[in-house]
Design a protein around this ligand. Structure first.
Ligand code: ADP
Length: 676
């Protein structure tokens, strides 16, 4: 039977993705939408759209009966479930069977077999597919589980048998933590999946997530479409995915392909599925984790390297066609990397964002694919997950794919809600991204949590901005020698090479030295003397606003771009954005050479204004005992708030200004009698 009208039981990017293939195949697409999605992109893009219920997923996208009612109403002859929601629901398939509607996916039996991790693991063991050492038996009593834990050895991972999306997982490092962790895992599993059975696994300390795409028809043919690596994860959820896998012996990969096909054949599998493995980077052993009986979020990476349209094949095999491709035809052409763009604030513990997308412009470039579910004016509501788009880049090498991904992420304009674009670019621009990856990647790269740019990068921007300011001043100087206008020290270079400017800054008690090389807004900045690093080098590009058009500069550091307000006054450079306020003061050549830093450090018992401004708050009074570092004065200058600390511990001797007073650069505000 040929599918003529296909209902897509999903929303967002995956609904839009399926609609694209429907258009290509001449199939009418039917979207379903909840109250919250009345104006959503997927509902507009489809040929027809049906309202199915309330905003809460349980009242709409998770309501199998409401979806079936819609399919009957519009006379759809098939349902594509996408991923998530009802994609692995035996209830929806049963309803399809009762009503003579084709379900674009595997059978109830395959989904049921693979739906529980306990049973899936038992089937894998029966097929002699290696599984993670652990316990997946029927005895679920706490005592039985506890005795198994002792056998497995710590650390142990407790996993919900019905789990998905990393929910219901708990690491147990030692015996004393087990009872509590088991209780929590069972509770979470019951709440999320209505099934509190758990399995126990040896916790692999340096795991890689490797998966194999399979595709099967109803005539007994099961193919694998190579592998993907999804090791860059946060909270057990994938962030960056790629195809094919690098840094792994071909013999190991072939072994995984064979296991995946063997499992697919055993299940009489139909359609697209993914067999997931965990690879222990220390022992180089791979184990079966689970099988996802649906299309995966990361399927475009496989599409870009195999040239196949997975949704097209899902539809074709669902309507009974035989696969016309053979295993030998499937070869990886180049490399593809996908990044999941979420509406969230990575600098604030990845808090999901809600709001309206006020600005929206997708990048267009060779080798770049954007699968998105939003457009300008789309609402990000609190009812569904925060993924709004995927940027997928292809290149004939992994290096080119990652370069294109970087440009794609940087050129993707999404305004109105915060997104994780900068976080994603910082993940793929680290040197470690080109080495063996493990699921610890994010934790290792950002042990303190992710922040847009680190201190050294801000200092590099400030020094380059200062350099630009001085170059401009020199160009403008009409009298005397332009060199007089230069506060920093220029080293002459051989003819033609850009000069290097040297400048210095006092940072805490350290003297930091900068070597800034470049002109026309592009600089290479070398920083010496940072407390935690011997030397740090950054590429900085600066695009200044036209004169009279504000202070917002376009700044790019090491491949990541953003807008910053930059204000330069004498030797002070202030950088600001909605969540950032930093100011730096450069030293004159004399100050740096004459040991001024040392002098400042020793004699400092005063708070001085370091630029003209307004005292907004005085937090100390004469006679107060103060600690070193305690805020003494709050000042507003150059549009920023500056908390000015007491330089030493002691007793406040005098306070010269009050809140509301104007101060000039260098004015003495507070004097402290240092403690003996
Ligand atoms: P879910 O179905 O919730 O996605 P999975 O079993 O697929 O759960 O595992 C998700 C992720 O959890 C894996 O990609 C891996 O990062 C981590 N994980 C799973 N099992 C183990 C294990 N035994 N040791 C270490 N990490 C694991």
């Amino acid at each position: 039977m040929t599918i003529k009208r296909l209902l897509i039981a999903n929303r967002g990017e995956i609904a839009c993705r399926v609609i694209k293939t429907c258009k290509k195949l001449g199939i009418e697409s039917v979207a379903v939408f909840s109250d919250a999605d009345r104006y959503a992109l997927h509902a507009q893009k489809a040929d027809l759209a049906c309202h199915i219920g309330g905003a809460a997923a349980s009242e709409s996208y998770l309501n199998a009966q409401a979806i079936m009612d819609a399919a009957i109403k519009v006379k759809a002859d098939a349902i594509h479930p996408g991923y998530g929601f009802l994609s692995e629901s035996t209830e929806l398939i049963s309803l399809c069977q009762e009503n003579g509607v084709i379900f674009v996916g595997p059978s109830v039996a395959s989904i049921a077999d693979m739906g529980s991790k306990i049973e899936a693991k038992a089937i894998a063991q029966q097929l002699e597919i290696p599984t993670v050492p652990g316990y997946n038996g029927d005895d679920q009593s706490p005592d039985a589980l506890k005795s198994q834990v002792e056998k497995i050895g710590f650390p142990v991972l407790i996993k919900a048998s019905a789990g998905g999306g990393g929910k219901g997982m708990r690491i147990v490092e030692e015996a004393s933590q087990f009872d509590e962790a088991l209780k929590m895992a069972k509770q979470e599993a019951l709440n999320s999946f209505g099934d509190d059975r758990v399995l126990l696994e040896k916790y692999i300390v340096r795991p890689r997530h490797i998966e194999v795409q399979v595709l099967a028809d109803s005539h007994g043919k099961v193919l694998h479409l190579l592998d993907r690596e999804c090791s860059i994860q946060r909270n057990y959820q994938k962030v960056i995915e790629e195809a094919p896998v690098s840094h792994m012996a071909d013999s190991v990969r072939q072994g995984l392909f064979d296991c995946a096909v063997k499992l697919g054949q055993h299940l009489n599998y139909l359609g697209a599925g993914t067999v997931e493995f965990i690879f222990d980077a220390d022992t180089e052993e791979a184990y079966f984790l689970e099988m996802n009986t649906r299309l995966q979020v990361e399927h475009p990476t496989t599409e870009l390297v195999t040239g196949l349209d997975l949704v097209e094949w899902q539809i074709r095999v669902a309507q009974g066609e035989a696969l016309t491709i053979n295993q030998e035809d499937i070869k990886a052409n180049g490399h593809a990397i996908e990044a999941r763009v979420n509406a969230e604030d990575p600098a604030n513990d990845y808090l999901p964002e809600i709001g309206t997308i006020k600005l929206y412009r997708e990048p267009e470039a060779e080798g770049l694919r954007i699968d998105s579910g939003v457009t300008q004016g789309s609402e990000i509501t609190p009812f569904y997950d925060s993924m709004i788009a995927k940027v997928i880049a292809w290149g004939n090498t992994r290096g080119l794919a990652s370069q294109r991904l970087l440009h794609g992420l940087n050129d993707y304009s999404i305004g109105g809600v915060k997104t994780n674009q900068e976080f994603l670019t910082s993940l793929i621009t680290r040197p470690a991204f080109h080495q063996e990856l493990t699921t610890q990647y994010i934790g290792k790269q950002f042990p303190e949590g992710w922040q847009p740019w680190g201190e050294a990068m801000h200092m590099a921007i400030a020094s380059a901005a200062y350099c630009v300011d001085q170059q401009n001043a020199a160009n403008k100087a009409t009298t005397g020698s332009p060199w007089q206008a230069l506060g920093s020290w220029r080293l002459t270079q051989t003819c033609g090479a850009p000069a290097i400017s040297k400048m210095w800054m006092q940072h805490g008690k350290e003297l930091i030295e900068f070597e800034v090389q470049g002109t026309n807004g592009s600089f290479l900045v070398k920083i010496n003397g940072l407390p935690d690093e011997d030397e740090s080098t950054h590429n900085v590009s600066l695009t200044l606003p036209r004169s009279g058009q504000g202070d917002t500069w376009q700044v790019e550091v090491d491949g990541t771009r953003r807008s910053l307000d930059v204000v330069i006054h004498n030797k002070h450079v202030a950088l600001s954005s909605p969540r950032l306020n930093r100011s730096y003061t450069f030293l004159s050549l004399e100050e740096s050479q004459l040991g001024e830093v040392a002098a400042l450090k020793n004699s400092s018992n005063v708070i001085r204004a370091h630029m003209p401004g307004l005292v907004t708050d005085v937090l100390v009074a004469e006679g107060d005992k103060v600690e070193e570092g305690q805020t003494g004065i709050v000042m507003e200058a150059m549009k920023l708030i500056h908390n000015m600390p007491c330089p030493c511990a002691g007793t406040v001797k005098s306070v010269m200004f009050a809140a509301g007073d104007k101060v000039e650069d260098g004015d003495l505000i507070v004097e402290i009698e240092p403690e003996e």
